[in-house]
Ligand binder design. Structure first.
Ligand code: 5GP
Length: 194
């Protein structure tokens, strides 16, 4: 799939949601290799502890609960949510500045945040990534060895809720084979920013 330069493109806010473990990160890594010039990944703030290899300001802005609460009070978030005992939020300035510059912005966020953005920004494009089956999701989530059993259970519980809301999204991509899912995402991006 070929993506032309951003001069001719409409900047769009893109909501990218799907249960934990579905493979969003893998899809996005390939997507950004092709589309990276035209779209920017919104780096969220979170109170979750960094995983091994995660860097401050690259994967997330890691913050304490107090710092996060101050940011809420200062109205710094476009949306935020409590997910699996931690806060996650989208930095409003970052999104607005990039859209103003003519760049599309991709938000990789969970369901509650996605629903907030859909309400606030009706022009945003919403995409849900679904697993081939729930068993496969559980297998992938366990296979990455990043959470203990309690956290895995919480994430699986959230996944059930997220999957119930799939119809609220404009586009649904099944992540069966990564390459196919990436191509579908590129097609949507091409179409929506033309
Ligand atoms: P993880 O802890 O695995 O990095 O992320 C957990 C969940 O939080 C994922 O579904 C991820 O998409 C979501 N998430 C990441 N950043 C944000 C954000 O800024 N806002 C919301 N609502 N969810 C986020």
């Amino acid at each position: 799939m070929k993506i032309t330069k951003m001069k001719n493109r409409k900047p769009k806010l893109i909501i990218f949601t799907g249960p934990s473990g579905v493979g969003k990160g893998t899809i996005l890594a390939d997507f950004f290799k092709v589309a990276g010039e035209n779209i920017i990944y919104s780096i969220s703030s979170t109170t979750r502890a960094p995983r091994e290899g995660e860097k401050q300001g690259v994967h997330y802005f890691f913050a304490s609960k107090d710092e996060f609460k101050k940011m809420i009070e200062n109205d710094e978030f476009l949306e935020y949510a409590l997910y699996s005992d931690n806060y996650y939020g989208t930095n409003k300035n970052f999104v607005e500045e990039n859209l103003k510059k003519g760049k599309s912005v991709l938000l990789e966020i969970e369901l509650q945040g996605a629903l907030q953005v859909m309400k606030k920004c009706p022009d945003a494009v919403s995409i849900f990534i679904k697993p081939p089956t729930f068993d496969e999701l559980e297998k992938r989530l366990r296979g990455r060895h990043t959470e203990d059993e309690t956290k895995i259970q919480k994430r699986l519980q959230s996944a059930k809720e997220e999957l119930k809301n799939i119809d609220k999204f404009q586009y649904v991509i099944e992540n069966d084979i990564v390459e196919n899912a990436v191509n579908k995402l590129l097609e949507i991006f091409n179409r929506e920013t033309k």
